[in-house]
Design a protein. Structure first.
Length: 190
């Protein structure tokens, strides 16, 4: 029987204050959905909610633990149903360094995909650029994320790697840099 490991990124409740109580986060039912949808594949989760308490005082090891969890996973599924913190974005980029598929769950009309006003301009189908660039798939819910993984296991697709960063810079320079006075001025003047 094939076994895969999923790192469930995003949505870890860190305390009991009001903001944390309103946070949508991964549940045991969400993880069970993946196990059911991906049968007969065995699914392991490296759940970031469970860790050695002594890690909470050792920030470097805490950081290393989460990065190691990403590095040994076969897939990263990002709960992007709500705004997430700095750690999730870094985990996504770290996954790209290791060519690990990132599936982001970001429904329409949520924080990361919406009609938005951005820097004074209205954008009708805004997708957060960092979510877009570092996700191999963006889906509406966990069921579709499980289906994407199942399809990938049956027929692997090309996975984005860290080259997405340099490719994005090159594309920006080719298309927009001459119109972007603050950046082009700094580059020209050193």
């Amino acid at each position: 029987m094939r076994t895969i490991t999923i790192y469930p990124a995003g949505g870890v409740k860190k305390g009991n204050d009001e903001r944390e109580k309103e946070k949508i986060s991964w549940t045991e039912e969400d993880m069970e959905l993946f196990k059911q949808k991906l049968m007969p594949v065995k699914v392991n989760f490296i759940d970031p909610r469970y860790r050695n308490d002594s890690l909470l005082k050792d920030f470097t090891s805490f950081f290393g633990r989460d990065l190691m969890a990403v590095k040994v996973s076969d897939f990263i599924v990002v709960d992007a149903r709500q705004k997430r913190g700095i750690g999730v974005g870094q985990e996504m980029l770290f996954a790209k360094m290791h060519k690990i598929p990132v599936i982001s769950v970001a429904p329409r009309n949520s924080h990361y995909i919406k009609k938005a006003e951005y820097l004074g301009k209205e954008v009708s189908n805004y997708i957060h650029p960092f979510l877009y660039a570092t996700s191999d798939a963006i889906v509406d819910d966990f069921e579709k994320a499980a289906e994407w993984i199942r399809d990938f296991l049956e027929s692997p697709k090309e996975v984005k790697d860290i080259s997405v960063t340099e490719k994005a810079i090159e594309e920006y320079m080719k298309k927009y840099m001459t119109e972007d006075d603050p950046v082009s001025r700094v580059i020209k003047n050193g």
